[in-house]
Design a protein around this ligand. Structure first.
Ligand code: AHR
Length: 494
């Protein structure tokens, strides 16, 4: 019998809603087709944005969206994407599939998409191939309300009022696709570029994010924090869960055995070590945790779906992805004292997407359902909780059988999110409270075989259902968690 201990009298950090953020790049069918189809499309749209996708994202509670990349960001010249569409430059998307980018989705379209979703904006600027002036003028264009060349240009292009830029990334992966820089060089460049990411007087202060490390590159974190730590609000971290050992053999999204399943989950758990170790370095330079760790690219990365463009990174999404999502989101909650935003890669049709589309059809992936089940952690307060677990898996790949996190919302409702990572074994779990007693519990469950996924012919194979097996017995919540399942419980206390 596993025991989950919850201490409602030990509130910890606030869980920023931005931990549930997402990322959209000009890559494959994420922006074009997935989000934006244009005003003249037969697919129902509002100002070019797919109505079905926007409605699903609102329902999921998407809090923040990062754009335009990724690697694309350090080759993006924002002026190509403003003004009359027929006059916008057609360019080559060198990173992703060598396709023509017609720039019909630019700054105004991104802002319109975020307006429709009702989410915050996270713009990623170009350091690798852009100038300080270009970055500075983009910020002026978007956020300045007065009279200036860039503000006037925005008005001429149809938007009188300034836009709100909540987050601004100064470069992306500048240790790699963003310019192959050394940490010292980037740190100095960061100091210079961020100087001109101006906070115009009536615009809310922009939260500036420096390019952080690739997975376990602790030297990068140390150097950038040392040289530039006091000029940033956040430091990014990128880490993907890739079951295979080489880029050529990452592993299939749907065809995998139990050993590969456990390898994937074990690799997903590496996120915990990354947060600890990068966090410990940040603590040395920033003991009061003013600088947020911004995990703005995470998720599974498999071989592309056979028969699709290798540069488009389209992959299916199974219950294994749901487990990876639950592991990571519970970890982010537990470390919300340092982790201030996270953006899974990517929103639609790319990598661990929450939505897949095909023509006018759309489906919600298992990962989507996990985000929706965890939604009420957003802006709640993390509670002290711990779970007795056992190690399961194979000789080489072991993970805890269960993962959890617990929070309390402003109205006192407690949310418990729990996943059983075993594909075969159910586990009984008793939840006990250090103080107080539960009065009422309701639940949702997402479950299926580890391979279960949704297709355009069978879009509802994996979906949430009510979970009525959690019973109150005296002051204990008693339940059995089925194999390969994610459960969310809402508890009101007496
Ligand atoms: O998400 C796909 C790519 O992965 C991004 O463009 C890049 O930042 C990362 O390497």
């Amino acid at each position: 019998m596993a025991k989950l201990y919850v201490n409602p009298n030990n509130p910890k950090s606030k869980i920023n809603k931005e931990l549930y953020g997402n990322f959209s790049e000009h890559l494959g069918r994420c922006i074009y087709e997935g989000l934006y189809v244009g005003e003249d499309s037969p697919i129902p749209n509002t100002n070019g944005m797919r109505n079905d996708v926007v409605a699903a994202l609102k329902e999921m509670g998407l809090p923040v969206l990062r754009w335009p990349g990724g690697c694309f960001a350090d080759e993006y010249h924002w002026m190509d994407g403003i003004g009359p569409k027929e006059q916008r430059k057609k360019i080559l998307n060198t990173h992703w599939g060598g396709v023509v980018e017609d720039n019909s989705f630019g700054t105004h379209e991104f802002m319109e998409l975020c307006r429709q979703i009702g989410c915050k904006t996270y713009i990623n600027g170009n350091v690798g191939s852009g100038t300080v002036q270009e970055m500075s003028e983009w910020v002026e264009y978007m956020t300045f309300s007065g009279v200036s060349p860039m503000a006037d240009l925005r008005k001429k292009n149809g938007h009188e009022e300034p836009y709100t830029v909540n987050y601004f990334g100064v470069g992306n992966e500048n240790w790699g696709c963003g310019g192959n820089m050394r940490a010292e060089y980037y740190a100095d460049e960061y100091r210079r570029y961020q100087t001109y990411v101006r906070n115009y007087y009536d615009h809310k202060r922009i939260y500036k994010i420096a390019c952080g490390p690739n997975s376990g590159d602790y030297e990068w974190t140390d150097t950038v924090m040392k040289i530039a730590g006091k000029y940033m609000d956040g430091l990014s971290l990128h880490h993907y869960t890739i079951p295979g050992d080489t880029w050529e053999h990452k592993g299939s999204a749907t065809q995998f055995n139990e050993a590969e399943y456990y390898t994937t989950l074990r690799k997903a758990y590496y996120m915990e070590e990354l947060i600890h170790r990068h966090g410990a370095i940040m603590d040395r330079y920033d003991p009061n945790k003013k600088v947020g760790l911004i995990i703005d690219e995470w998720g599974t990365w498999f071989d592309v779906e056979p028969g699709t463009n290798p540069g488009f990174l389209y992959q299916q999404n199974t219950m294994r992805d749901a487990m990876v999502a639950a592991i990571n989101l519970n970890l982010f909650n537990k470390h919300s004292d340092r982790v201030k935003m996270a953006n899974i890669a990517q929103l639609v049709n790319v990598l661990q997407a929450v939505i897949l589309t095909e023509g006018e059809k759309m489906l919600l992936t298992p990962t989507y359902h996990v985000f929706k089940m965890f939604r009420d952690h957003q802006e709640a307060t993390l509670l002290d909780s711990s779970l007795t677990t056992e190690q399961i898996g194979t000789e080489t790949d072991k993970v805890p059988n269960l993962t959890e996190s617990v929070s309390v919302a402003a109205d006192g409702t407690i949310l418990i999110t729990l996943a059983n990572l075993s594909p075969t074994t159910a586990y009984p779990v008793d939840t006990v409270f250090a103080e107080g007693a539960p009065a009422c519990v309701t639940g949702k469950i997402l479950t299926g075989t580890m391979h279960a996924h949704n297709t355009f012919d069978a879009p509802e194979t994996v979906k949430t259902a009510d979970f009525t097996e959690a019973k109150l017995e005296a002051d204990t919540i008693r339940m059995t968690v089925p194999p390969c399942s994610v459960i969310s419980l809402k508890v009101t206390m007496k």
